[in-house]
Design a protein around this ligand. Sequence first.
Ligand code: DGJ
Length: 735
Amino acid sequence: MAIIYEESGRVFTLQTSTSSYQMKAGEHDVLLHLYYGEKIEPYDMSYLIMRADRGFSGNLYEARKDRTFSLDYLPQEYSCFGNGDYRADCLRAVNADGSQCADLRYKGYKIYKGKYGLPGLPALHEGDGGWETLEIALEDSASGLEVTLYYGVLESLDVIARAARIVNHGQKPVRLERVLSFCLDMPDSSMDFMHFYGKHTMERMPERLPLHHGSQSVGSRRGTSSHHHNPFVILCRPEACEEQGECFGFSLLYSGSFTAAAEVDQIHQTRLVMGIGPDGFSWNLEPGEAFYTPEAALVRSGEGLSGLSLRLHDLYREYLIRGKYKTNYRPVLINNWEATYFDFTGEKLLDIAGEAARLGIEMLVLDDGWFGKRDTDSSGLGDWVVNEKKLGMSLKELADRVNGLGLKFGLWVEPEMISEDSDLYRAHPDWALRMPGRPGNIAREQFVLDFSREEVRSHIEAALCRILDGANIEYIKWDMNRSIANVYSAALPAERQGEVLHRYVLGLYEMLEHLTARYPDILFEGCSGGGGRFDAGMLYYTPQIWCSDNTDAIERLKIQYGTSFGSPVSAVGSHVSACPNHQTFRTTPFDTRATVAMAGSFGYELDVNRLEETEKEAVRAQVREYKEYYRLVHDGDYYRLTSPFGGSRTVAWEFVSKDRSEALVCGVVTALEANPSPIVVKLRGLDAGKKYAVNGTVYPGSALMAGGILLPVPQKEYWSYRYPVREVKEERDDV
Ligand code: DGJ
């Protein structure tokens, strides 16, 4: 039993392998949070709450004689604005009379096997089982608002999934101005807040800062989760490092604007809240209607940041990612974007495909520029009609001929966008999000289509289906190349304009759900100018996401390092590109570019016809090698061995098979030295009692982990290594 209810004290304890989470329907039917941490016996932990009369902390009316009962400091499970809790709130409800208040009291609970779902939203799924669900109902008797808190408990991976449903059982509409996914109150503030900031071409840079009094928050107001902040944050003890210490990870399964805020209060308690970005948001809830928040996954590790990442990677791979490519082999692809940009014909693409086939590459992806009038990025979006004149053939003929060469065929689309210079815009200017009487904010010369509108979505979906039905397309890259602004829908009344952004995200999810269901054999890759929408919400629909438009191997070390805290490498689209690199102008060895790109869903982003013969030979070997290690890379345990942000001269990482019989140690030496000092890399995740062969020598696992391996002196800048590590059953000298 992962969920234990103790009737007399009305205490709920959620037990996972190594953690406990506890709450209690306490006095005055207030749902209190009691504990989240290392696993304990299901003992009522409310003895730890120090009750005191804290001046300027008001009391519930029923508790007026007890000046120690104040929502201003008591730990909550779902905090509300307007009821005397002045800390960060989850729910801000404006009632029909204008009062801004919800006062939620415990009503009842439900426990069942399996995992709850959320209509229209991504949610962790049953996977191979093991879930239990607790629903706790709370109500505000004055307005008739009922809030159901969902807790999905996955014991094996120390996961607690949380979400909330708000139902208006009253007679009058209620306006929700803020409705977040969860609140977590912790009894102290001796923790660091870790988050992942960035920009276009430099996403998910880790930053770790001690908590301080007041609020620390990250978020996005861009309508997408964004390059700039990521809806994944960590709270960890100051002493926590990769290998030890307590860490809590919080991943929001949402691809739109979001907030994640940690607040330290007057008595040094910490509250973390996370959910839909409240700026500009409002939602009219009519009597009888329900609103569901996005889901958040809470994961705890007592074994440091690595332990946290290992749990999250398994969670995403087994319980988030769906469909055929959750487990099926994903082909090594070549994408023509950096090879040709908009300057291609069908024959030129077939030249690339032909040579790629000879080198062992398995799929050609035709990127931007194949449709409408699209020879630059200033026109054509929305006109999803094949430009046969430019291709010199139909898309079907191109796909068939690519298939004839032995390659699969994939295609780029950017369905959420509309160019000002497009037939679609000329026919339906009101289909773009734009505020009345204002010219609008334009980015990459494009507007955003109003995906909150059903007619807009069905037009685009039908156009995409015509393309997908017309040729043998086995992969789709779903791009999105601007932040959303001018948030106004011509189809919604004034009082509903605050709903547009969330309705947009729901519309996006609906279309992705339709298309992934209708085309179960297509591999979908997410993209938003690289990793501008690299979140767990998108990974529910697209098992991999183009990690960054920055393909420079050295910068990618940082980007992929930051990404690895929350996401498995199988989710990371990563390609070998040409040098000098198109984004940084840096030159790195061809082999090093492969070392870095192989830590992901692997491919190429260059014109193979322009490679030297030695490089072509290298491609053949790389594809063979990647296929050999595919299962280890995609399904194994991933360890960050050294950080690109520390003082180490090598950035190293390791994949270890679940049975610890095999590993692959990879890395890049990022700094050369005269009279060089030794570079030692300590391995992790092996069996200390086993023996392993590395580069022809057999070592005890304990030596490899405690002592490490000594790298040879690098003979060139940005030299990289990929060392297979194999268990040796009997001691032999001839390995
Ligand atoms: C941004 C993507 O990240 C690139 O890979 C490429 O597809 C361009 N868009 C095409 O416009």
